[in-house]
Design a binder for this molecule. Structure first.
Ligand code: N01
Length: 495
């Protein structure tokens, strides 16, 4: 249904999904499977894929096994290796669009500027930066928590005259061969980039602020017989997925809480370091000074060897400033580069969405979350009826596949949306008391986790509030999401 008003016609749907990455596309699939077809997906880019479209840096791959880092409702028997590269994951996402015929629902280059709830009509209105207008009974935010990259606040960064590349906006047209290149950052993106760059460039300098914990990983090519087995016996692939899930669940015991297994995991990481780095001084520079699990654990076999290549140098002196020609570190030396790669992470400041979200009585999600983002079960926020978040507050796994968590969020949202449409509700709004009780419990449990054990990470706000991670096993999260407790919501009937 399209009605013409003012300059842009309002396009209406039952469900508006913002973002065409893993979450948004998965949401559309589950809605279609539930018989809900009146869907619009708004995507600010020109292609689907979200994080896997954006993160095309050399070496980009997933550090969770592909059989687990995929949707159970869209199994892929043809993964080429245990841990697939970004190109293969992006192709998987494209195959979902083809197989589930999602193209008709997606509108590209629609950069949402804001959404607002219309209490009287029980509708969410969305406007893009070009003034295009949409309205829907329910809205799903699927714009991704790590979709906005930003350069770090290093003094003089704008004075630097050489090439600047952020890991999530790789410039493939820029030829790195023969160049002097710096990488700032040693997190999950950097440890994948560095082993690739060291092979391409003349000289690579790595600026490390905090060494992370590094665990080895077993990454094998999938034999053809294995693919054939998964194709003919989907149950075998399902069993493999369940086994991988179980192994990752066990890792929670080491990574989320301090337990004897935490010490075992640290020992394994230190053995890996000792095995791969023979130089004592370098080992010291690479030894973390916080408990494993506090920050994201790095899974790689190639990173330490890359740092020891003759054309690679690790600098642990803090960066003082950038100059027109390079980077000055605290010991006073100016290091000159043709190109600086920033593997420095993302702007997670806007916890809900990178645009304004206005709920009942004009309340603003960003304002409300200034003192810390919170939601009920990570998906509903009191005062924002008929809105469903993906990767919302406290839904982050530290040990298991984000897509397992995601799948349970999609199915929860389907239940809520079905309720809105079938009961013809104007509003399905979670009770503030249910939300508060839920968050009190989450924060109590978080206080006992490794994430809150003293290190700095993007999981925490500057004042140490953790609105990112879920303090439990994936199994607990899935159990929580499997129940839609209507009594925790306030229902407003139309008419
Ligand atoms: O970013 P990060 P990322 N001066 O924030 C350093 C996901 N991911 O892009 O540790 C100097 O982890 C910073 O130093 P420090 C995953 O969820 C998944 O690597 O803060 N250094 C750190 O070393 C991950 O957690 C995969 O002291 C500065 C680095 O930059 C998330 O994305 C792969 C600095 C930033 O590390 C983000 O990872 C890759 C400064 N001013 C990423 N500012 C998978 O495989 C920052 N740093 C699924």
């Amino acid at each position: 249904m399209t009605m013409t008003t003012q300059e842009h016609p309002v396009q209406s749907a039952d469900v508006l999904i913002i973002g065409a990455g893993f979450a948004g596309l998965g949401m559309a699939i589950r809605l279609k499977q539930a018989g809900i077809h009146n869907i619009i997906i708004l995507e600010r880019g020109t292609q689907v894929g979200g994080t896997w479209r954006d993160n095309q840096y050399p070496g980009a791959a997933c550090d969770i096994p592909s059989n687990l880092y995929s949707y159970s409702f869209a199994p892929n028997p043809d993964w080429s290796r245990s841990y697939s590269g970004s190109a293969e994951i992006l192709e998987y996402i494209h195959s979902m669009v083809r197989d589930f015929e999602l193209h008709p629902f997606i509108q590209f280059e629609k950069n949402v500027a804001g959404i607002e709830f219309d209490e009287q009509h029980g509708l969410w209105h969305a406007t893009t930066d070009k003034g295009e207008r949409y309205s829907a009974r329910a809205t799903v935010l699927a714009s991704g928590p790590l979709s906005n990259c930003s350069l770090p606040n290093i003094p003089g960064i704008n004075d630097y005259q050489g090439k600047k590349i952020h890991s999530a906006r790789w410039d493939h047209a820029y030829d790195l061969s023969g160049k002097k290149v710096a990488v700032v950052g040693t997190g999950a993106s950097a440890v994948q980039i560095i082993p690739e760059l060291v092979q391409q460039v003349d000289h690579l300098t790595v600026f490390q602020r905090t060494p992370g914990w590094v665990l080895p990983r077993v990454d094998l090519a999938t034999p053809e017989w294995n693919k054939a087995l998964f194709r003919t016996l989907p149950g075998a692939q399902y069993m493999t997925r369940q086994a991988l899930y179980g192994v990752h669940e066990a890792m929670a015991l080491a990574l989320i809480w301090r337990s004897p297994l935490t010490a075992v995991a640290e020992r394994v990481a230190l053995m890996h370091l000792r095995h791969q780095v023979k130089d004592r001084w370098m080992r010291r520079q690479l030894t973390p000074d916080f408990r494993i699990g506090c920050k994201r654990v790095l899974m790689t076999n190639d990173y330490y060897p890359a740092l020891q290549q003759p054309n690679c140098k690790l600098i642990t002196w803090p960066i003082v400033q950038m100059t027109p020609k390079g980077i000055r570190s605290v010991e006073g030396i100016e290091h000159q580069f043709d190109c600086v790669v920033f593997a420095t992470g993302f702007d997670v400041g806007k916890a809900g969405a990178p645009f304004s979200v206005k709920g009942l009585n004009g309340r603003d999600l960003d304002d409300e979350w200034q003192i810390g983002a919170q939601a009920y079960k990570s998906i509903s926020v009191s005062g924002y009826p008929n809105l469903f978040l993906t990767f919302g507050p406290n839904s982050g796994p530290g040990h298991n596949s984000a897509l397992v968590y995601m799948e349970s969020q999609l199915d929860y949202a389907v239940k809520g949306i079905q309720k809105i449409l079938q009961a013809d509700l104007l509003a399905l709004d979670v009770n503030a008391s249910a939300q508060s009780a839920f968050n009190r419990n989450i924060q109590k449990r978080l206080a006992k986790t490794n994430w809150n054990s003293g290190c700095k990470s993007w999981y925490l706000t500057d004042d140490g509030f953790n609105a990112t991670m879920y303090p439990g096993f994936a199994t607990e999260y899935l159990a929580q999401m499997s129940q839609f407790k209507e009594k925790d919501y306030h229902l407003v009937q139309a008419g």
